[in-house]
Write a protein that binds this ligand. Structure first.
Ligand code: NDP
Length: 454
């Protein structure tokens, strides 16, 4: 048993039984047995069960959201959106079982077709920053394609995932088709990597652990999808709508207290408007409402844990060029005010490492070429934004930045019907959108001879 704390007040929220390695191995074997019949559930019935699951999530939305506020410190507005995202992703992939199309390829002497086979047991390893959506992005397409799922939530944030497991059963999914196994990454997560019965691992988390997961999976030639860290650039050109760019920039990095792999945590500003941009940014940052996340007005809550607050604080040494900060509540809870560091050089540690907290660096640049060069001076490449009124520049820079998800004159968040994933050390493979099913199926080619007995 271990304790789960509310990061906003450090009070005990629940105690949770940690799954042991033996229990996880047994769950994987039950999952494999369940797979034999789940794969044969007709496409229409599988779709219907996923829709019922989506409706069950919808019916429980307020409870799921309130649970996330207590367990993760997410603002109530965000938490509702996250539960709704699970519902919507389930509905989206409920359309998939009946559309898992193969091809017919012309050949001589018969017919050649391709079919998409499910992989078997899929292990999904979820981090603490978005417990509900990241779980759903794994299990919804995996189940739709006919796989069964074992899911390990982060140790710190297991409660909503456990509830989603119950809702799946209430919706009529057969037992063991989706099992939620709270516990340690080094035990349950590692078992998903090492156990040959697990056919695929979907991992979201730190680049460091992601590399170890990939290395471990290579021993079995086990496919992996990895969604890892980020240090995304928000590039503001002199010809941009500076008021809008400055007003929106805080939300592009401080949402979820900066604990977001897509956080635009490097703001690159053209030198000719650098000072003006900072003038506009200051009131925008100070206007971010950092408060009890259960309040409807809250825009930012606490960090997830004391240890994580320590880690974020370690970036604010005496030499850190703090330009200005927002506010945060005093007293219990893992609070940290929004913090802007400026001017920062691209090589500074704060500009290079993923801080994963409400700290943003502002870096000046001269011209378009330098903007692209600085944006790409990172091992990561997950998301980013480009602010300019020039369509040509927007397109050139969007093509030049090495990143999986870019938005122009906006900070678009992840849309479940478009692909999401990273370049370079931000990950491997794509989640969501129409192509995610490729990551949960193997293509089988079948040739049927038309020769022989008449
Ligand atoms: P981790 O990468 O350690 O954790 C992510 C998930 O992996 C958790 O469920 C964790 O379990 C599990 N895990 C840990 N070790 C193993 C292992 N050996 N094998 C399989 N699974 C494992 O991230 P942290 O929570 O420690 O966060 C550290 C940093 O990572 C953050 O500060 C941030 O920079 C980055 N991060 C990035 C995220 C992203 O979305 N890109 C998400 C979360 C973190 P357990 O809960 O038991 O640790």
């Amino acid at each position: 048993m271990y304790s789960v704390l509310n990061p906003a007040d450090e009070q005990l929220v629940a105690t949770v039984e940690a799954t042991t390695a033996d229990e996880a191995a047994a769950a994987v074997r039950r999952s494999r047995v369940a797979f034999e019949s789940w794969r044969d559930v007709s496409p229409g019935d599988r779709a219907m069960l996923l829709r019922r699951f989506a409706e069950a999530v919808d019916g429980d939305l307020e409870n799921l959201a309130a649970t996330e506020v207590r367990n993760s410190g997410h603002t109530i507005g965000n938490a509702r959106g996250e539960a709704a995202n699970v519902r919507d992703v389930l509905h989206y992939y409920a359309g998939a079982p009946e559309r898992l199309l193969g091809r017919q390829i012309p050949v001589a002497g018969g017919i050649d077709i391709t079919v998409r086979e499910p992989l078997g047991v899929v292990g999904v390893i979820v981090p603490w920053n978005f417990p509900m959506p990241i779980a759903g992005w794994g299990f919804a397409p995996a189940l739709a394609a006919g796989n069964t799922v074992v899911l390990k939530p982060a140790e710190l944030t297991p409660l909503t995932a456990m509830r989603l497991g119950e809702l799946a059963l209430e919706a009529g999914l057969p037992p063991d088709v989706l099992q939620v196994l709270p516990g340690k990454g080094s035990v349950v997560g590692q078992l998903f990597v090492d156990d040959p019965v697990v056919a695929k691992v979907v991992f979201t988390g730190s680049t460091e652990v992601g590399k170890a997961v990939m290395a471990g999976c290579s021993a079995h030639v086990k496919p992996v999808t990895l969604e890892l860290g980020g240090k995304s650039a928000n590039i503001v050109f002199a010809d941009a709508d500076l008021e809008r760019a400055a007003a929106t920039a805080p939300y592009a990095v401080f949402d979820n207290a900066g604990q977001d792999c897509c956080a635009r945590s490097r703001i690159l500003v053209q030198r000719s408007v650098f000072d003006r941009f900072l003038e506009l940014l200051e009131p925008a940052v100070q206007g971010v409402r950092v408060e009890d996340p259960s309040l409807e007005t809250a825009e930012m809550g606490p960090l997830i844990s004391a240890a994580h607050r320590e880690s974020v604080s370690s970036y604010l040494s005496d030499e850190a060029p703090v330009a200005f900060r927002g506010s945060a509540p005093e007293g219990p809870g893992f609070w940290f005010p929004p913090t802007v560091l400026a001017p920062v050089r691209p090589v500074d540690r704060v500009a290079v490492e993923e801080i994963f907290g409400p700290v943003v660096v502002v870096i000046p640049f001269e011209d378009e070429a330098e903007a692209v060069r600085v944006a790409n001076a990172s091992v990561y490449g997950l998301s980013g934004s480009i602010w300019t009124e020039s369509l040509g520049r927007a397109l050139r820079v969007a093509r030049g930045v090495e990143s999986g998800n870019l938005s122009v004159n906006s900070h678009s968040s992840v849309r479940y019907w478009t692909p999401f994933g990273g370049f370079k050390q931000s990950g491997l493979g794509r989640e969501l959108g129409p192509d995610a099913l490729d990551a949960f199926t193997e293509v089988k080619n079948i040739f049927v001879s038309s020769e022989g007995a008449t």
